[in-house]
Design a protein. Structure first.
Length: 138
C-alpha cells in the first residue's frame, strides 16, 4: 500500500519597492548664452529628490555635440557647467541622468542656444614695403 507524506514550507518574502529619483525642475531646461564666454560659459543649478532617501548619482547621459558639459557638486543639488567649442554659435543640447542604487532613473535635457559675438578683426596679411631707396653719404 503506497504511503503519502505532506511537507509544509514557510518562506518569508520582503517586497522592496523603489521610487526613482526625480528632478525638481521641469525638463527640458533652456539656456541662452553668448559665444566665447570664459572661463565657464554658464552654470545651471539643478535639484533632485528621492523619496526613499537613496543616494543620488549624477552623470551626463548624452554629451553635447558642440561643447563640454560637466556635473559638479554633491547630494541632491548639483551645478551643471557647459562650455561651447571655440568660436561655435548655434544650438546644442545634452542630457543629464540621475539614478539611485536600486536602478531608478530620471533624465533631463538641457537645450543651449549660443549667440554669435563679433570678434575683433585680425590682420592676416603681412605688410609689403616697396619703393626706391637712396643712401646719402655725409
Amino acid at each position: 500500500m503506497p504511503s503519502t507524506q505532506s511537507v509544509a514550507v514557510n518562506t518569508a518574502w520582503t517586497l522592496v519597492t523603489n521610487a526613482a529619483p526625480e528632478f525638481s525642475e521641469s525638463s527640458p531646461q533652456s539656456v541662452i548664452m553668448d559665444e566665447d564666454q570664459s572661463p565657464v560659459a554658464f552654470s545651471l543649478n539643478l535639484n533632485a529628490t528621492d523619496t526613499d532617501g537613496d543616494p543620488i548619482v549624477w552623470s551626463i547621459q548624452s554629451n553635447a555635440s558642440h561643447g563640454t558639459a560637466t556635473v559638479n557638486g554633491t547630494g541632491t543639488s548639483k551645478s551643471i557647467s557647459y562650455t561651447p567649442s571655440g568660436e561655435y554659435n548655434g544650438s546644442d543640447s545634452f542630457t543629464i541622468q540621475i539614478s539611485d542604487e536600486l536602478g531608478g532613473t530620471d533624465t533631463m535635457t538641457v537645450n543651449v542656444t549660443i549667440q554669435p559675438r563679433n570678434d575683433l578683426p585680425i590682420n592676416t596679411v603681412s605688410p609689403t614695403i616697396s619703393g626706391i631707396y637712396h643712401l646719402v653719404k655725409p
